[in-house]
Ligand binder design. Structure first.
Ligand code: HEC
Length: 252
């Protein structure tokens, strides 16, 4: 999963529609490969089919059903995906993820989702109160109250990010989608791999650039001020959920 670059594979040739599904550049073909359906295929949400397909048209194309549709952004200028505007929130996120998983049957998304289930506490700095790490230390004279304040303030900052991450309203979503619908507990966001080159952005991205891109695409919200309170909190939360993972910038 973490190795999958956010771009269409080189094998994506004419007849293959390169669409954005979720927060990534996925390459969807009209039909899911036979092996791509899981044991719970009957419970799957309806697949989303790209519009303007150049291969055989799919009967399941939601646009064909008529009614209002909303476009979910394309990768690298490829075809956008039209979904019924009535499809919002978790069902929309599920449909997008379902299609992405059909295109990436190798990705072990669920196992990674289950990896994290709660906010993770910040580092324990109580050793600064002990012996030569404490009062005699070069940076010494910290009190228990200092240590507590650092921890509480840091936790508060991270919790605020979690609140926004879980709130379609706070994210300004026009389709009632929040990040956790596809990234429970910030799974699969890989903050430790930034900065790295992102093809769909055409440049080296910081974590906040990718967060912003995800807000504008699957979440269909307004771009955030990169130094604004919301972006800072989102970044803090996502990083906090990867505590202990080694930094490895540039990793796909
Ligand atoms: C509809 C599902 C969906 C929603 C909603 C969504 N994402 Fe994603 N996101 C994905 C998928 C799929 C990927 C690609 C994962 C991969 O390639 O391994 C991805 C990739 C990412 C990445 C890059 C991960 C990496 O390995 O570099 C980040 C960061 C990210 N999302 C953050 C967010 C944030 C923040 C939000 C909310 C603002 C969000 N996503 C909303 C599905 C979603």
């Amino acid at each position: 999963m973490r190795n999958a670059p956010l771009r269409c594979p080189a094998s994506a040739a004419a007849g293959t529609i390169c669409v954005l599904l979720g927060a990534l550049a996925g390459c969807a073909q009209n039909a899911a490969p036979p092996g791509a359906t899981g044991p719970n295929a009957s419970e799957r949400p309806p697949a989303i089919t790209p519009v303007a397909a150049t291969a055989e048209p799919s009967a399941a194309a939601p646009a064909a059903a008529g009614g209002e549709t909303v476009a979910i952004g394309a990768c690298d200028g490829g075809a956008a995906v039209e979904v019924p505007s009535s499809l919002t929130g978790q069902p929309l996120a599920d449909s997008l993820m379902d299609q992405w998983q059909r295109d990436h049957p190798e990705a072990n998304w669920v196992a990674e989702q289950q990896e994290r289930h709660a906010l993770i506490p910040p580092a324990d700095n109580s050793d600064l109160l002990k012996g030569d790490q404490g009062k005699d230390h070069a940076y010494g004279n910290y009190t228990e109250r200092d240590i507590l304040t650092w921890a509480r303030e840091t936790e508060k900052f991270v919790a605020e990010g979690s609140r926004i991450f879980h709130s379609a309203d706070e994210l300004g979503s026009t389709v009632a989608v929040s990040c956790d619908m596809c990234h429970p507990h910030a799974a699969n966001t890989h903050p430790e791999t930034y900065p790295k080159y992102q093809t769909q952005l055409g440049r080296v991205a910081l974590l906040r650039d990718m967060i912003d891109w995800c807000i504008e695409n699957p979440v269909r919200g307004e771009h955030l001020d990169p130094n604004g309170a919301k972006m800072r909190a989102l970044e803090a939360y996502i990083q906090s959920q990867r505590k202990g993972v080694a930094l490895n910038y540039g990793k796909h």
